[in-house]
Design a protein around this ligand. Sequence first.
Ligand code: ADP
Length: 405
Amino acid sequence: MKILVLNCGSSSIKYQFIDTDSRDALAKGMVERIGMSSAVLTHTPLGKEKIKIVGEILDHSIAIEYVIAVLLSKNHGVIKDKKEIDAVGHRVVHGGETFSGSVLITDHVMKALKENIELAPLHNPPNIKGIQAVLEHLPNTPQCGVFDTAFHVKMPAKAYLYGIPYELYKKYKIRRYGFHGTSHRFVSEQAAQLLGKPLEELKIITAHLGNGASIAAVNGGRSVDTSMGFTPLEGLLMGTRCGDMDPSVILYIMGKEGLTLSEANTLMNKHSGLIGLSGESSDMRELEQAVAEGSKKAKNAFDVFTYRIKKYVGSYIAAMGGVDALVFTGGIGENSTEVRKAVCEDMDFLGINLDQEKNLSREELLISSEDSKVKVMRIPTNEELVIALDTEEIVKEQLVAQSVE
Ligand code: ADP
């Protein structure tokens, strides 16, 4: 099947057009600055020249129209007819407690997505706009929603409940949801394949380290705990997010600096983390460069980042009663030899032994030493492929159900 995978943000849409048989992305692209007269569409078709179009794209509907047009275009396109788009799969950030797996988008699902807006006020509205735009331009094409939260929804109550009055959980659904679920699911499955063992028999810790970062404990193929929480702010230190801290800290700063709720939110989400601590950059590559040049603040930020990952690894080993594999993924996890080295340092007492040479290689996926009890891996994530494969499965099931009726 050929599936259009969409990740709709408030002013951008990332897309990939994936052939699920070959698992190739036939085209990749992005529309940025939606809502402006100088919006930019960048489109890279497989084996053809990349193009960039600048023009007025005022809303998501027009953006989707452009995406379809460029997929059909004579010189840069990859299809001849809209009908070749068999289905559309959307990355949806928040499925709340409603969705524990991917679903076909129906009126009922749209209603539930709208009910979850309060939980993800920044992310779910553009996801909904994207679905509506596709409905306008491809009214007969099935659409599916794949949720960032779904993989974590069934974690045990002891992992998802916060220590606040229980009524507040019931009233406002305040609990740990976790995010990056598609990635944690994908790399844990890949790790099992690499080890040649059934996922059901493995205890795996997956560290998705990108601009946003989270870590998950995956026991027998199920997420049993993860570091992001009610929102993606909790847990690891991130590019611009603070991650874990005493909640009183923010109340104290708000009092001292006279911050509004919105300003406090911006402080924790946009000006903290690596950029906040280092004052240099939120980007790990630049930060590593600054460390090499002797910046103490950059070193502090790097140390807090890696130390916190190390602490989570330890706690998840305890939570699962052991671990078979530790997987690094995301832009930092896949590429930063320094981060992996720092996280795994002095962990041999837990059976974690990194092979320093393999860690430096860009090809090796298994990077622990031969005698390491815990297998350490770097596995490139591919959330778009998961969305395409889930969408294909749901659409095929739907076709079978219709043929039975
Ligand atoms: P996002 O969460 O936005 O998808 P990515 O997964 O692409 O982000 O990760 C971006 C991060 O990966 C940046 O901090 C970037 O510096 C880091 N990164 C990419 N390549 C390297 C590298 N070779 N060494 C260290 N960090 C890297």
